[in-house]
Design a protein around this ligand. Structure first.
Ligand code: GLU
Length: 468
């Protein structure tokens, strides 16, 4: 049997991190077993489903690298097939038309509540023989009345439901539209899905879906329900814990592989290994190592993973990815053309960045002189002897034979030694005047990459501005 999994989002909003993780687990499980990962857009809620939401979901999955096989299935286009199956169940006596009105159903529930029972449909139309032509009806499933329905969940283990607790659910509404539980079963069957991997919030639907499979004589797929994602405080993950939409992580400049690694570790583990590439995940992922307990969202871990993936990312790729983030902060193609090769900066900068936003901030000084200086850094480093050391540096650097990191390093060292000062006494002032800030890659490399003319211009301009 070859594995077929699917991700079945309802396109009524963004791609949430919980949804992305469900998609990732389905994807990885399929890849691990050499199977197929399919996509089904559950757009049956015509009012709330939008083309924009579909676009955002597809883009989010593609950004994460979760490539799907085969054309996505749009559930709304399959209504005729869902109804055909409902008709078949009717014809086989496994479903029935229910003519109960809203008022009758309300009275039924009222009566049950009064007797201290759980409100449910009591099967009143099950044996009804007449078919009043002019009255609206729903189609209900004739659920088994006794016994139990067992879900042998690949994550949660054996979960059993008493059939007496499950009433006759509606398959087709009075307006003729199929309901979620009918559509999901028919679609999963028709798509040949072997493993249904989804959030634990769907567990209560599963026994009902199993009953429908059984009534139809269809093979029941394996189920895996993945525990929820909680915030660091144990409450349901929400905006106040961190970004919840995948697009936000992209906007914040996270690399997709860092998000994939982070999502994989939300609920799944492999010994005590923390860092994973997609290739490793595709080889290692299994449902048996998904925890039963709810996962905790840990922003510190995300940042740590982000730094790890940044450091090992390919320089040429990073140089391309960072461009739009540079453009946002005023470094356009023209500015890039005037400065050093962006790719040459990457080995220096990626050590110090977690996101493309940070990478762009670090790259900016190589293309644009600082507009202002970090006040705290100025107060701390630009005073007393600093001005004298700077003046000597500018004077000697002008005449330096080779403008490269080694020669610049030697020069800074000599000036500091002669003045009996530590190298930081000169390196920090230079750094602030060149970049506006007290953190940058090593100062000799920074000077070398910015170039003699521009470095000296910035140093002179900064000295004039800050000394007056
Ligand atoms: N469309 C459902 C949702 O977005 C998923 C249904 C399923 O995975 O079975 O929650």
């Amino acid at each position: 049997m070859s594995v077929r999994t699917r991700f079945a989002p309802s396109p009524t909003g963004m791609l949430h991190i919980g949804g992305a993780r469900t998609a990732l687990f389905s994807y990885l499980f399929a890849r691990r077993h050499g199977g197929k990962f399919l996509l089904r857009i559950e757009d049956t809620d015509r009012e709330r489903s939008t083309p924009e939401a579909i676009r955002v979901i597809l883009e989010g999955l593609a950004w994460l690298g979760l490539s799907w096989d085969e054309e996505p299935v749009y559930q709304s286009r399959r209504a005729a097939r869902h109804l055909e199956i409902a008709e078949r169940l009717l014809a086989e006596g496994k479903a029935y038309r229910c003519y109960c009105t809203k008022e009758e159903l309300e009275a039924m529930r009222e009566e049950q509540r009064r007797r201290g029972e759980k409100p449910r449909y009591n099967g009143r139309c099950r044996h009804r023989e007449d078919h009043p032509e002019d009255r609206p009806f729903v189609i209900r499933f004739k659920a088994p009345l006794a016994g139990e329905t067992v879900v042998n969940d690949l994550v949660l283990g054996r979960v059993s439901f008493a059939n007496a607790e499950l009433d006759d659910l509606i398959l087709v509404r009075s307006d003729g539209t199929p309901t979620y539980n009918l559509a999901v079963v028919v679609d999963d069957h028709d798509m040949g899905i072997t493993h249904v991997i989804r959030g634990a919030d769907h567990l209560s639907n599963t026994p009902r879906q199993i009953q429908i499979y059984e009534a139809l004589g269809w093979q029941v797929p394996a189920f895996a329900h993945i525990p929820l994602i909680l915030g660091p405080d144990g409450a349901k993950m929400s905006k106040r814990h961190g970004a919840t939409a995948i697009t936000e992580y992209r906007e914040q400049g996270y690399l997709p592989e860092a998000i994939v690694n982070f999502l994989a570790r939300l609920g799944w583990s492999h010994g005590d290994q923390e860092t994973f590439t997609m290739e490793e995940l595709e080889q290692l992922f299994d449902l048996g190592s998904v925890g039963k307990a709810n996962a905790r969202f840990d922003p510190k871990k995300l940042d740590w993973l982000a730094g790890w993936h940044m450091r090992r990312a390919d320089d040429a790729r990073l140089a391309e990815l960072v461009k739009p983030f540079l453009a946002r902060i005023g470094v356009d193609e023209a500015a890039l053309a005037r400065g050093p090769e962006l790719v040459a900066l990457m080995p220096l900068l990626k050590e110090r960045a977690k996101t493309l936003v940070e990478l762009a901030e670090l790259a900016k000084p190589f293309y644009r002189a600082p507009e202002d200086y970090d006040e705290k850094a100025v107060k701390k480093h630009l005073r007393g002897a600093a001005w004298e050391l700077l003046a000597r540096f500018v004077q000697e650097a002008e005449a330096l034979k080779d403008w490269n990191a080694e020669a610049l390093h030697a020069l800074i060292r000599r000036i500091c030694e002669e003045a009996g000062a530590g190298m930081g006494k000169l390196a920090q002032p230079i750094r602030i005047l060149l970049t506006g800030r007290a953190v940058s890659p090593p100062i000799d490399a920074t000077l070398a990459l910015i170039g003699r003319e521009e470095s000296l211009r910035r140093l002179r301009a900064g000295m004039r501005r800050l000394q007056s």
